[in-house]
Design a protein around this ligand. Structure first.
Ligand code: SF4
Length: 242
């Protein structure tokens, strides 16, 4: 029987297939401490709900521009490559990245890819990593996420909405984020942080929803907040670095 190479070894990417990380955006804060690693939305999201697919910000606007979709597809192709882990580690080191948001767009699409990311997190203890994910709904990926969350330089948020419901059990160091949608004034179950998709009325400021903090960037108009200033979502990962 012919010897079969593992998939990662067979799909070594061409030079022009190299992916890239981006330096911040309007919400994260431009040219600040935050960088982001993105993948195409929806197709890489095995734990998506119908609701989040419908409302996904990463499936419209800026993310649909041809140059952006090409870059996302390139990142995905590259994440299958044999040297993905070495490449991302070297890029993060070269750019002295302090904080990486993993998946401003996209998600952990397979157990193998999630394990690769976990290895990267472990190889860079001086970098803080944080992510929001619905891949906790995938039974193969969930245990990997639970393991990642225990790394001191990692902050894991399980994303939820009224369709997903809450995860079956609480996991150490995993926090719950909730996407509040039209018609809801509070999350359907206890959570740590609320994101608002329902928009806000002019002049309205909403700091808490059902007792949970609303992301300060989304509390209302006129607030000069970026993630780089706020840090709520990755403060523990920053503190966990040596
Ligand atoms: S809570 Fe803070 S760090 Fe988290 S998404 Fe909102 S602004 Fe960014």
């Amino acid at each position: 029987m012919p010897f079969a190479l593992p998939l990662a070894a067979r799909v070594r990417p061409r030079e022009e297939d190299h992916g890239d990380i981006q330096h911040g955006n309007t919400k994260l804060g431009k040219k600040d401490i935050l960088w982001v690693w993105d993948l195409p939305a929806v197709t890489t999201c095995p734990g998506r709900s119908k609701l989040c697919e419908e409302l996904c910000y990463a499936n419209s606007g800026f993310f649909r521009m041809p140059s952006v979709t090409m870059g996302l597809a390139r990142n995905l192709r590259y994440s299958h490559g044999a040297d993905f882990e070495d490449w991302l580690v070297s890029v993060l080191k070269k750019r002295a990245v302090q904080v990486l948001r993993v998946h401003g767009s996209g998600d952990f699409y397979s157990q193998a890819y999630a394990i690769s990311c976990w290895r990267i997190f472990r190889r860079l203890p001086h970098t803080a990593f944080y992510f929001y994910t619905r891949s906790w709904r995938d039974r193969e990926i969930m245990p990997v996420l639970a393991g990642m969350a225990l790394e001191p330089n990692v902050e894991a948020w399980f994303s939820t909405d009224k369709e997903t419901g809450p995860p079956e059990c609480a996991l150490p160091r995993v926090k719950i984020a909730y996407m509040l949608t039209a018609g809801e004034t509070a999350p359907a179950f206890p959570v740590d942080l609320v994101f608002r998709d329902e928009g806000h009325l002019p002049g309205e400021r909403v700091k808490r929803a059902g007792g949970a903090l609303v992301c300060p960037y989304e509390q209302g108009p006129g607030l000069n907040v970026t993630c780089a200033k706020c840090k709520i979502c990755f403060r523990e990962a920053l503190r966990g670095r040596p």
